[in-house]
Design a protein around this ligand. Structure first.
Ligand SMILES: *Cc1c(COP(=O)(O)O)cnc(C)c1O
Length: 378
């Protein structure tokens, strides 16, 4: 029993792929920055985790209060009421739906069901960091396909599929770049991947920011799920629906894949409060529309400021913008000292850039003024 305290033998007891994990770097919490720099939390602006600046919908707050009375019981393990809402909305049977403790949970569940040592996952350079983590935790191989103008290169990703490949992860729109592959190109990729590889290769299409797309760009990915038995579409309540702290997301897939996901998830992976609030938020079209409009205006305000300051940015389809500032680490520190939290993305291979979540008008303004001062001092 004592040998586990010895460093060398511990390394032998733990898989190399676990020791090789570089943990996810989350946005700094407001309270932590307040402690570090002795700032008033009320004066801190956090534009670092793509959260909804409008806060939680009031409809969801009411649902939470009502659900609180039943917390001595375990949650509904099958999420019946929430699945019924999703089923009606997307026109798919309830046994095509998997709920997750955030959509992050669903990405983990998919990798748990489908990846193992000796298999491979394909994803793009600058794609969402969780694809790397979920692949690494299974001991599977990473095939990282170079980005094209910061975006997914779906032709190259198709070409990168080998007999070992079991999963292709696609984020659309992508985080941290904000890029978007038009529906027709995604459809063509799904068609040729299904035709060439059938059910051997599962495509995980992560649509965490889909609600922020302009109406003319939106598409109904539930119809793709009907068409392709190798497709999992994931969505979240964390971003446009304003429920990041509750952790709830969902996946749509045909029953064969849904059954696999169900085998490896925790029995009670989505808690009672999250289920109740998600139902309320999904029914709150007015909140969603407001979130969309605040985002649209804020995005333009950031673009205008970046243009004025001579900074390059990647046009974004999400609720954040990737901007090239040069010495991002120093600028990030200077922003923190001024009480503005944004996200450095060096760990994503973008050391000259910062990712800025779109906030309320006054929050965007605080960030822009701080950045302008820092750049003029330099
Ligand atoms: C934020 C995000 C998610 C996951 O968010 P959850 O809070 O776990 O639902 C998934 N994919 C992308 C690309 C994201 O940016």
């Amino acid at each position: 029993m004592n040998t586990a305290s010895n460093g060398a033998s511990r390394a032998a007891l733990v898989p190399d792929y676990v020791l090789g994990i570089a943990p996810y770097q989350a946005g700094k919490p407001i309270e932590e920055l307040a402690r570090e720099f002795n700032l008033d939390p009320a004066d801190i602006v956090k534009l670092a985790s793509n959260e909804n600046p409008l806060g939680m919908p009031e409809s969801a707050q009411k649902a939470l209060a009502a659900a609180a009375a039943s917390l001595a019981r375990y949650p509904d393990p099958n999420g019946f009421n929430l699945k019924a809402v999703l089923s009606a909305r997307y026109g798919v049977p309830m046994d095509w739906i998997t709920l997750g403790n955030g959509s992050n949970d669903l990405l983990e569940i998919a990798s748990l069901a489908l990846l193992s040592p000796g298999t491979a996952a394909v994803y793009a350079q600058y794609a969402f960091a969780v694809y790397r983590l979920a692949t690494q935790a299974r001991g599977a191989m990473h095939v990282v396909v170079p980005a094209k103008d910061y975006d997914h290169d779906l032709d190259a990703m198709f070409a990168a599929i080998t007999p070992d490949t079991r999963v292709v992860f696609i984020a659309n729109p992508n985080n941290p770049t904000g890029t978007f592959v038009p529906a027709a190109e995604v459809a063509a990729f799904l068609e040729r991947t299904h035709e060439a590889h059938g059910e051997r290769v599962t495509v995980v299409l992560d649509e965490a920011y889909t609600e922020y797309l302009d109406p003319g760009m939106r598409f109904d990915s539930a119809r793709w799920v009907e068409q392709y038995s190798n497709l999992i579409v994931t969505r979240t309540l964390s971003k446009a629906y304003g429920l990041a702290g509750l952790r709830v997301g969902y996946a749509l897939a045909q029953p064969r894949l849904t059954d696999l996901l169900n085998r490896v998830r925790q029995p009670f992976n989505v808690n009672t409060l999250a289920q109740a609030a998600a139902i309320a938020a999904l029914g709150d079209a007015a909140f969603l529309q407001r979130a969309y409009e605040v985002n649209l205006a804020g995005r333009q305000a950031l673009y205008d400021a970046f243009t004025r300051l001579g900074l390059e940015y990647v046009p974004s389809f999400g609720n954040f913008v990737l901007v090239r500032v040069g010495d991002a680490a120093s600028i990030n520190l200077a922003l923190l000292k001024r009480g503005v939290i944004v996200r450095p993305v060096a760990a994503d291979g973008l050391p000259e850039c910062l990712r800025v979540s779109i906030g309320l008008p006054q929050e965007n303004q605080r960030f822009i003024e701080a950045l302008e001062q820092i750049l003029s001092d330099a």
